[in-house]
Ligand binder design. Structure first.
Ligand SMILES: Cc1cc2nc3c(=O)[nH]c(=O)nc-3n(C[C@H](O)[C@H](O)[C@H](O)COP(=O)(O)OP(=O)(O)OC[C@H]3O[C@@H](n4cnc5c(N)ncnc54)[C@H](O)[C@@H]3O)c2cc1C
Length: 387
């Protein structure tokens, strides 16, 4: 095991793997990525819905999407891995005038940044997703270049490429402390011994706050459980009236969403009563709350079999924007945390930006919306499209 490195990355999800890849691309390969589980990508990354969209409300997030989606489109050529990216679009259904007004402003912002987003009426929305019921829908937005990709493919693509360039990956190794000497980062303690390094990256997903505490830095990221259910066609056979395409449909008011997943349908919904915790047990009572909403929008789900379900953790900041950059009060400590339910899709750009910051390059965008210190001023104006 390496005892010294230029950079230690804590966490082997999509963020840690992306930072490792982009550092290696910049010639920084004396890097150790430390993951406490046996495999990479088993945290939030391995439990997400795979959704990728341009449709965000905050300009900084739209910019992360533009760069990330462009990279996902050329992932095979650029990183060398298949990621099963289907650009069948994201369809947002709106049922209140207030939402239509918010989306009107946001569609203008998205179009201003060059994104082709369409306004649809309820009938046109229904035509995009056979089986969908658009009762009470008064408007919808659709972006064809949004879609679904494979989080494991992306994470392993980044990790393998970084490893091939010389980055070390330590599995089953837990970071237990951040070492600080003379007011700056000096390395980490792990369950397999210490690693000296002048740079430590906190890429611990929902556990970012714990790594922050080890360094004396408060990282305001809370973990919230979110469920995903997989429905299969009813055993009786016959035609199952669900979309053939993988269009992602989001009922914005209820946060119910679904997309085709193999022969089945993947669906989920936010639970407004969920409180912060690291609990990953599936709460089957919650399905009783989701089912009527699901059956109203996609009646085929009413008599479907629930074949599989799991829970994962959203890593949520107070304004639902991520934290990307250096910790002002601790030289050598860097953060890539708090993506608030949309981190998988932003991992390509976020990792590139942090690699630029670490290597003192110009990241080419205003990082103030992502600064850790923004929370000191209680500034608002974060992301509104948290699904
Ligand atoms: C149900 C659900 C659906 C989602 N749907 C989408 C979606 O459709 N689109 C999208 O873009 N995003 C989605 N997300 C969000 C996305 O999954 C996350 O934003 C993203 O995976 C965060 O990646 P990460 O690498 O920061 O965290 P993680 O994947 O959790 O990785 C962090 C890693 O750090 C490791 N670690 C923690 N502490 C230590 C330690 N002390 N020592 C060593 N290792 C440590 C963990 O084991 C873990 O592997 C969803 C999330 C959930 C839960």
């Amino acid at each position: 095991m390496k005892r010294t490195a230029d950079v230690v990355i804590v966490g082997g999800g999509c963020m840690g793997a992306s930072v490792a890849f982009h550092l290696a691309r910049r010639g920084v390969t004396n890097v150790v990525l430390v993951e406490r589980e046996q495999l990479l990508g088993t945290g939030s990354t391995g439990r997400n819905a795979g959704g990728v969209r341009h449709q965000f409300s905050h300009e900084a997030n739209i910019r992360l999407s533009i760069e990330s989606i462009a990279m996902l489109e050329r992932f095979k050529e650029e990183v060398g891995a298949d990621i099963d990216f289907h650009q069948d679009g994201y369809l947002f259904l709106l049922s209140t005038q207030a939402s239509v007004e918010v989306f009107t402003a946001n569609v203008a912002r998205q179009r201003g940044l060059g994104i082709a987003v369409d306004w649809l009426d309820a009938d046109a929305a229904a035509a995009l997703a056979p089986g969908l019921v658009t009762e009470h829908v008064i408007g919808a937005t659709f972006c064809q270049r949004d879609g679904i990709a494979d989080p494991n493919g992306v994470t392993m693509g980044f990790a393998r490429s970084a490893q091939a360039a010389g980055v070390s990956i330590l599995r089953e190794t837990e970071v237990t402390g951040v070492r600080i000497v003379g007011g700056r980062v000096a390395g980490v303690d792990t369950t397999n011994g210490a690693i000296d390094a002048p740079v430590v990256v906190n890429a611990a997903g929902p556990h970012a706050r714990a790594i922050g505490h080890m360094a004396g830095i408060d990282v305001p990221v809370e973990a919230y459980r979110r469920h995903i259910f997989i429905a299969q066609p009813p055993a009786s056979g016959g035609r199952w009236n669900v979309p053939d395409s993988r269009v992602m449909v989001i009922d914005f008011e209820s946060t119910f969403y679904f997309h085709r997943e193999g022969a089945g349908v993947l669906f989920g919904m936010g639970d407004p009563h969920e409180t912060p915790s690291f609990d990953l047990t599936v709460q089957w009572d919650f399905l009783e709350q989701v089912s009527p909403v699901a059956a109203r929008r996609l009646p085929a789900l009413a008599d479907a079999l629930i074949a599989h379900a799991w829970a994962g953790l959203y890593e949520v900041t107070p304004d639902a924007n991520p934290i990307i950059g250096a910790a002002r009060d601790l030289p050598g400590f860097f953060l890539i945390n708090g993506f608030s339910g949309h981190g998988f899709q932003h991992s390509p750009a976020a990792g590139r930006i942090l690699a630029d910051v670490i290597t003192s390059r110009d990241p080419g965008m205003d990082l103030s919306p992502f600064a850790l210190e923004r929370f000191e001023d209680r500034k608002t104006g974060g992301e509104h499209y948290v699904v």
